[in-house]
Design a protein around this ligand. Sequence first.
Ligand SMILES: NC(=O)c1ccc[n+]([C@@H]2O[C@H](COP(=O)([O-])OP(=O)(O)OC[C@H]3O[C@@H](n4cnc5c(N)ncnc54)[C@H](OP(=O)(O)O)[C@@H]3O)[C@@H](O)[C@H]2O)c1
Length: 249
Amino acid sequence: MDLRLDGKKALITGGSRGIGKAIAKAMVDSGAEVMITSRKAESCEETANEIGCLWEAGHVGRPEDAERIVAATMDRLGGVDILVNNAGTGPYNGPTIDCDIPRWNKTFEVNLTAPLVFSQLCWNSYMKENDGVIINIASVGGFSTNEFIGVYDISKAALIHLTKQLGAELGPQVRVNALCPGLVKTDFAKFLWEGDKGDEVAQNYPLKRLGEPEDVAAAAVWLAAESGRWITGQAIVLDGGGMVKFPSA
Ligand SMILES: NC(=O)c1ccc[n+]([C@@H]2O[C@H](COP(=O)([O-])OP(=O)(O)OC[C@H]3O[C@@H](n4cnc5c(N)ncnc54)[C@H](OP(=O)(O)O)[C@@H]3O)[C@@H](O)[C@H]2O)c1
């Protein structure tokens, strides 16, 4: 089965660190030409130099930045065969009933509207005529409720539904899928795994460890490559088995 991405051009949001960086590196290693983006130019540049890719800084929640980033990708790579909507945020923790609207809006701008805007831009500027693959990084949280990160989880549930909807609309040219990780050891989720907390969570996973960014990257390459050719509209869970043990946790 062909897991190579030679000749493919990939744009990865939130590619400067964590899961996005691991996906960018895995795609470069698989032969793709890659553009990463995140808000901080210095982080983008450092990561791009390390893994051998291009970068363009910007805030995914700002439509004008999204336009500039996709235009730069078209200009410098000559196309965008693979879009990975990975940048995510969780500015509010607590009961959903108490969430203030500015943080609710920010969550949805970054986690839901940005993936739609980037998908629209890539579809209209390249994928409609040339085919493509879109991968949205959702979360296992999109399948359940949570007393602490409910607002984030609602945005990920909506992203899973956006994935199904675009999967239905954009075939046969474009495959659209979501990857739904459990707890992965990145800065973003550190408050959930620092100290002994991570070991406790890992003990509840049948595979007895937390995720590493490379676990998600391996699945992203598999989905983007020819190996994923008959998969669209799916939300694929990567969680060491956590969901089958606690399906409604
Ligand atoms: N880690 C987990 O346990 C876990 C589990 C399930 C799902 N996820 C999802 O996986 C994705 C990646 O998370 P991660 O854990 O790898 O996080 P991370 O290590 O904090 O990395 C986040 C990346 O996104 C960028 N970013 C954040 N906000 C942005 C914005 N508004 N515009 C552009 N770039 C932005 C960051 O760079 P800048 O700061 O420079 O912008 C960084 O490159 C997210 O969608 C997250 O929801 C994570």
